[in-house]
Design a protein around this ligand. Structure first.
Ligand code: AN7
Length: 346
């Protein structure tokens, strides 16, 4: 059964007034990464969240947040976003007949995400500022308009996002030793941890994985302990200087025996290419920070051998074609005859 609300109805805060909306989100592939895993000396899986209906993990929490907004009689939903939240909010709002306003940091949202916000019919506003500034603006606008905020300060978002942990345990039959994922606002690492904790309390798993969060060096407040007033990274999804859930995420990492680390933009793009070329898996740059983080840990001798590790690949590679095309050669051209083709292939 697909669709988070139906599949996990017993673990979510639903009641008879909650509309059971769905775009068939969740049940994303858990793909073994044997080649990269061998490099690293671990049993490695990718939880491929790019297979969600709008191409990112955000759908897991958005479906619940929008259902709850409808239940409460909201006129519409509003969010600030580095792109994926806005795409997801716009889609679920469209499906539910709600209006949707999205505030996006100008010039820093990947093309695919921008296209999504537009085609789903959201009112998209480009803010001359970064994500953190756009979020403050969204909170203010929500107060004035009565729209429901569907950023991760909305507790239903994070509740729905716990489902990634439940699915990982359900599929493996147990909790993995380590879960590694990219961190921006730190909602997803907090939510996944809470999901693993909930499963362990219910006796459905025996332990909590070491929750390991990876930030981009240019936007790594949870690694340095200081906010980044001007965050910068090629991984625009996690270009965030003041993580909303930073404190809870630090707790989650510490309690589970995990940690935060940062990687450079170069390492992120290298990991993206490696994932595509060696495993046939295409994820957006932010998602690949987790894989880059694993290489960093292995190089430092901090990745225990033979551990079972799940890397959450949070967004689809197709979201951000520019990040790829700027670093690669475009296809060579040929005239439409076999001889010309033979020449360019030789
Ligand atoms: C692909 O869409 O913040 O640590 O506004 O799109 O829970 O913030 C996106 C975040 C990781 C970080 N990977 O998750 C937004 C937004 C991808 C993302 C993150 C995001 P959090």
């Amino acid at each position: 059964m697909r669709g988070i609300l139906k599949r996990y109805r017993d673990l979510l805060p639903l009641n008879s007034d909650t509309p059971m909306i769905s775009l068939q989100e969740g049940q994303t592939p858990l793909i073994p990464l044997d080649s990269i895993g061998k490099d690293l000396g671990v049993r490695l899986f990718a939880k491929y969240e790019g297979a969600n209906p709008t191409g990112s993990f955000k759908d897991r929490g958005m479906v619940l947040a929008v259902a709850k907004a409808m239940e409460a009689g909201a006129k519409g939903v509003i969010c600030a976003s580095t792109g994926n939240t806005s795409a997801s909010a716009a889609a679920y709002a469209a499906r539910s007949g709600l209006s949707c306003i999205v505030l996006l940091p100008k010039g820093k949202v990947a093309m695919g995400k921008l296209a999504q916000a537009m085609i789903y019919g959201a009112k998209a506003v480009s803010v001359r500022g970064n994500f953190d500034e756009a979020l403050q603006l969204a909170l203010k606008a929500a107060e004035e308009s009565g729209y429901a905020v569907v950023n991760s300060i909305n507790r239903f978002r994070l509740w729905g996002q716990r489902s990634v942990a439940w699915e990982i345990c359900d599929e493996l039959g147990h909790a993995p030793d380590r879960v590694i994922l990219p961190v921006g606002n730190a909602g997803n690492i907090t939510a996944s941890w809470a999901g693993f904790v909930q499963y362990a309390r219910l006796g459905k798993s025996a332990h909590i994985p070491a929750m390991t969060g990876v930030q981009a060096e240019g936007a790594s407040p949870l690694v340095t302990g200081k906010p980044f007033p001007e965050p910068e990274t090629v991984a625009t999804a996690i270009r965030i200087g003041r993580p909303v859930s930073g404190r809870r995420a630090s707790w989650a990492a510490k309690m589970s025996g995990g940690e935060f680390l940062s990687v450079s933009d170069g390492e992120i793009l290298e990991a993206q290419k490696m994932l595509a070329r060696r495993e046939g898996v295409f994820a957006e740059p932010a998602s690949c920070a987790g894989i880059a983080g694993l290489y960093r840990m292995a190089a430092d001798g901090r990745l225990p051998k033979n551990n079972e590790v799940v890397a959450i690949l949070t967004g689809n590679g197709l979201k951000d074609p520019d990040a790829v095309l700027s670093g690669l050669q475009l296809p060579v051209e040929t005239d439409a005859d076999p001889e010309s083709l033979r020449k360019v292939l030789s």
